[in-house]
Each structure stands twice: as C-alpha cells, then as structure tokens.
Design a binder for this molecule. Structure first.
Ligand code: LLP
Length: 426
C-alpha cells in the first residue's frame, strides 16, 4: 500500500479511496461514477477552521451541492453561500441554519428574493435596482431583510478569464467607488437593514497577492461605510483559493491565506474599534480533491493520437472542455503499472472538444479498464448535463471502507419524465 495523492492510495495495483477499492466500486455501482471521500471533506474543512478560528466558513454550494455533502459540512458547523433558490432549498434541507446562509447572485428573480425574505436569509445585493425590488418585497411581507452589497473591487487575479469575477468589466457587484452612496441609499429604504459587505474575486487563484489587494480595498470601504453611521456586522471576502490539479503544483493553503488576510483585517478593525465577523466562502478547496470520477474504457483507437474512448464525457465533467482544465488521470485497475504509451482520453459526446485529458503517459490501456479522473469534486457533478441523451451518473460516498450511494444513477425515464408531445402532434 502506498499513497499517491493526499487521501488516495494504491493497493494490489488498484486505486483505493476512503478504504474502498475503486475497481470494485465500478463493478458494483457501474460507471461512470463519482466517488467522494467523506474524511477528506472534513480534513479540508478543518484546515480552513484552524486557519480562521474566529471566522464563519460558508461553503459555496455551487461547487457540489449534493445533499449528503452539504450535510457533512452542516455537521462541521459550515454555513453556505447559495446562488439560487435551489441551492438555498438544499442547504436548508441538509441542516445548514438560515442565519448562516448568504443568498448571492447578480440576477435573482423576485421569487428568489421573496423566499430569502420569508426564510430570514441574508441577501448579498448586486445592484441598486435589486435593492429597490427587495425593499418592496420586504415591505409587502412586513419584514426587514439584512443585506450586504456585493462589491466589485476591480482586482484581477491570474486565473482563467471565465472564472475571474472581480474585474471591473465582470458582471458581478457594484463598482467600488459607488458603494458608499449605495449604503446611504439603503439605510433610508424601508425593509432593508444593511449589515455586511461582500466581494469575491475569482476562482482557482494560485497566489495570495490578489487576496491582499481585495482585503485592503474592502477594509477601505468598511471604513468609509462606517463613517456614514452604518454598523457592519460582517465582512465577507468570498473565496477563490486554488488547488493543485497537476502533480507537484504548489498552491497556497488556508493557513497562507490567513497569514496575509488576518493581519490586515485585525489591524483595520481594531483601529476602527469595530468587531465585524469575517466570512469566507470556499468551495473548491473543501470539495475539489475529495472526489474521483470513475469511467470505463469502451474502446482504444490508434489514429492521429492514441484515443481512449471512455463512458464519461463533458456531460459529466465539463471543466477540461470549458476552461482547458487539467485533471490528473490514472488507470484505476493498473494504478502502479509503469507507463507504456501516450494516450488522449476522450468522452462519448458528439463534439471534438470532448477531451478529458490530452497526451497522458499511461500503462497499456485496454477495453474494460477503469480510468479515474482525480480532483473532480468541485464543479464536476454540479455542472453536469444530459447532453446527447445521457442520463447523469450516480454518486457514492466512502468513509473508512463504508460505501453509501448518495445519488442514484438517472435512467432513461429521467430523460423523458418532464417532456410532453402535444396531442396535436400525435
Ligand atoms: N463565492 C462566490 C460568490 C462565488 O461565485 C464562488 C464561485 C465561490 C464563493 C467559491 O469559489 P471557490 O472557492 O470554489 O473558488 N466552474 C468553475 C468555477 C466557477 C466559480 C464560480 N464562483 C470551475 O470549474 O473552475
């Protein structure tokens, strides 16, 4: 037995996760299959907790909103960042308390704002227009909604442009220079209690510099907002900490983030004589490396490249196609065998871009082998689709050899369950 990465081990040439043999899981539950290690979720959450002992940690449900995963985090004391009524519903169902949830989003429906109001969930307001809508909804419901404003801090982290959210030109947030006036306006509006400030600069960020810049900008704003007489109860600096997808890649840990953010936050709040709660919203760091996607080889073809055709495609893991993301690949039933060739792992989807891993050195790959895509926990299942008429796969949770199914495989009926052919076409 030896460890290949964090919680992943190899025994008898097989990949083991959470004490379970992945080849047996593939046999028992079929493929494709997402497999998540519960203990690793707890380890990752604990690393954040240790680094930020006084902060509230709101798990970003979009990274992976499966109920069992939300439940594990609820039991660890996590709150949630939610971006839709669906995520809010699931977070509450999993036992995350309503007062530890922030309802985010740049384009919420009136229905969503109504639900947040009814359920007593705080809202991160993304525009003046939304502020006025929320005020009307709150008045009609006879309630007061606690809000933060999502600030666009104009910070440009070095990450994929599609996941950089804090740029001046991005669709998220209120420009920093307008924020103070926005608070002034909010404090006069009925049904609205401004009590926090929020930003999020992007995702898969590989150094701490942009977080320093964002925290400093946010604390400048906190000071200016305070001068208007508003008492800020929380400062939410979002998330974005990257994880190492490539072997040997070095990424900052929560501790590194804390060592640059906390001195700024503590010094500035002490100087102002205030004690707002710091909130962080990690998604990828908590769940990314906890999960592997197992997929079976349908066919091997020697053409312009050595193509390995597997049964999962970008319908189940869209990150490589969408962001050119790298996911490390192993042959789960030959996990300790030496590489014998260079292979490109492709899915079954009818698109040239359906490539999961390009030019990888792997042992001799044959039909029936099980390929494991590592670090597939964040934005994997949660971004899946039924494209090309493919029901979504199952998810299992493992812990010390105990295996539980947490989402059943969809079947062909699920493809048609909500569809109707109008009578006039019959
Ligand atoms: N808070 C807010 C307001 C967010 O928009 C996000 C992610 C997070 C927190 C969590 O960020 P994280 O800790 O996971 O970096 N689908 C892309 C990532 C999109 C991120 C969207 N927002 C991917 O697969 O890389």
């Amino acid at each position: 037995m030896f460890t290949i990465k964090n919680h992943l081990e190899v025994q008898n040439n097989h990949l083991i996760i959470g004490g379970a043999d992945t080849t047996e899981l593939a046999e028992k539950f079929g493929t494709p299959l997402y497999v998540t290690n519960e203990s690793r979720i707890v380890e990752n959450f604990s690393a954040y907790r240790r680094a930020f002992p006084d902060a509230d940690i709101y798990y970003a449900a979009k990274a992976n909103g499966s109920l069992a995963i939300l439940r594990i985090l609820a039991r660890q004391g996590a709150g949630a960042d939610v971006f839709s009524f669906g995520e809010l519903y699931m977070a509450l169902l999993a036992g995350i308390p309503h007062d530890k949830i922030l309802f985010n989003g740049n384009s919420k429906t009136d229905f969503e704002l109504q639900k947040a109001t009814e359920l007593g969930v705080r809202v991160s307001v993304d525009s003046l227009d939304e502020l006025h809508t929320l005020s009307e909804i709150a008045q009609r419901s006879g309630k007061t909604v606690e809000i933060a404003f999502r600030v666009n801090p104009d910070v440009s982290p070095d990450t994929h442009p599609k996941i950089s959210t804090g740029l001046r030109t991005s669709k998220f947030g209120i420009p920093a220079e307008e924020v103070v006036n926005t608070y002034r306006e909010a404090s006069d509006l009925p049904g609205i209690a401004p009590c926090g400030i929020h930003c999020h600069i992007g995702s898969q960020i590989l150094d701490t510099e942009p977080f320093i810049e964002a925290t400093e900008k946010m604390m400048d704003l906190v000071e200016q907002v305070m001068r208007t007489g508003i008492d800020l109860k929380f400062v939410d600096i979002g998330s974005g900490l990257g994880i190492p997808y490539k072997k040997g890649e070095r990424t900052p840990q929560p501790q590194d983030l804390a060592s640059v953010v906390l001195p700024i936050f503590n010094e500035r709040t002490q100087a102002l004589g205030i004690s707002p709660k710091l909130i962080l919203e990690p998604g990828r760091y908590i769940i990314g490396d906890t999960t592997v996607l197992l997929t079976r080889v349908n066919t091997v073809k020697k053409a312009a490249r050595n193509f390995v055709g597997v049964d999962a495609g970008f319908n189940l893991l869209i990150r490589p196609a969408m962001y050119d993301s790298y996911h490390h690949v192993l042959v789960a039933n030959k996990a300790a065998s030496p590489p014998e060739g260079v292979y490109t792992v492709v899915g079954p989807i009818c698109e040239t871009g359906d490539v999961l891993a390009r030019d990888r050195e792997l042992p001799n790959v044959e039909k029936g082998d099980i390929v494991a895509l590592l670090d597939a926990g964040a934005y994997g299942f949660s971004m899946s689709s039924q494209y090309n008429g493919r029901p979504r796969c199952a998810e299992v949770l493992v812990k010390d050899g105990i295996v539980d199914i947490i989402r059943s495989r969809e079947d062909i009926e699920d493809l048609v369950a909500k569809q109707r052919i109008p009578a006039r076409l019959m």
